[in-house]
Design a protein around this ligand. Sequence first.
Ligand code: ADP
Length: 382
Amino acid sequence: MTEITKQQVLDALSQVKGPDLDGDLVSRNIVTEIVITGGNVMFGLSVDANRAKELEPMRLAAERAVSEIEGVDKVMVALTAEKPASNGAAAPNAQGDTMGTPRGAKTQGAAPEAGKVPGVKHLVAVASGKGGVGKSTTTINLALGMAALGLKVAVLDADVYGPSLPRLIGEKTLPTQDPTSEGKLQPAEAYGLKAMSMGFLVEEDTPMIWRGPMVQSALQQMLNDVEWGEIDIMMIDMPPGTGDAQLSIAQQTPLAGAVIVSTPQDLSLIDARKGLNMFLKVSVPVLGIVENMSYFICDKCDARHEIFGHGGARDEAKKLDLPFLGEIPLDKEIRERSDNGQPIVATVPDGPHAKVYKEIAKEIWEAVDGKPAPTGPKIVME
Ligand code: ADP
């Protein structure tokens, strides 16, 4: 098989007109990094976030142009948006509320209608009211906890504002693609999990604003154009916040349930309540709240320090009549390992932290599947 080169892709894209039919995609300098794995080509087109919907034909034209290159099986093109330098507009990670489209608002109240994802038994969203509460770290470790139970697990990083999955699992690119895969992309595989993220497509620290329709377009491709195989449970790391973009994901993805991650601080709990309301609006059951960075055990004195006023999430869960799924300590090792691509449940599977994650994982599985979790050979549950 002849290898496809970036130059061939750029040549094809230079035949596609840019926004407003002015110049071409290459001369307008809007093509992001191009990722080529076997016969699959992925890239983004960075455009004005307000024009995502109107520029969909341009996205399709780019997809078509590249799919005509000899040897190309599958093309994935997402519209992304560079953060405008001139205005201090919505910080992508702060409040989803500022960046959605009115579309989501009109569709509230309906249950998710999107078709099932082939091969995937249950989809569970992991959400948080705001960024930085440890949602991604919690998602990956819970997924690993489920894998340790003997389940087949996938992780989808829908946090397009700050995709962190590649860093968390220590895989920067997708694997070399298997040509027999019917034109679908092979996901990354790490620590027994299958994984997909926009971070394989766009550099992690590229500042971007995504609007609802762009997020949907990228997410639908990651769900449906990836060869997931047989999966018991897919954990979806949601974009932080509870705005329209998040609401529309919750609505258009066939979710079995949602888990809300919160730190014990009040602010974050208020946000957690917003998260709950968001899922209620679209009739997705909230499986419970996980309290992250709940307490801190000092390496010097071994004492437990409740620096953020521990227990807030448990009280809040009670008030909201939701299951409290468990509390995860603030621990340097959790942070260091996840920031180095060696998540703690995979790399210290018999440690006390792995035990906590596995217990929560088990509860989540039992809540969505209605059956006890299989007892994988590696795990001991009291
Ligand atoms: P979010 O997805 O909510 O933005 P991340 O999972 O990226 O948050 O976590 C933010 C930072 O906090 C990361 O550096 C991560 O390693 C760290 N972190 C997350 N959970 C814990 C924890 N329980 N203990 C220590 N550090 C944590």
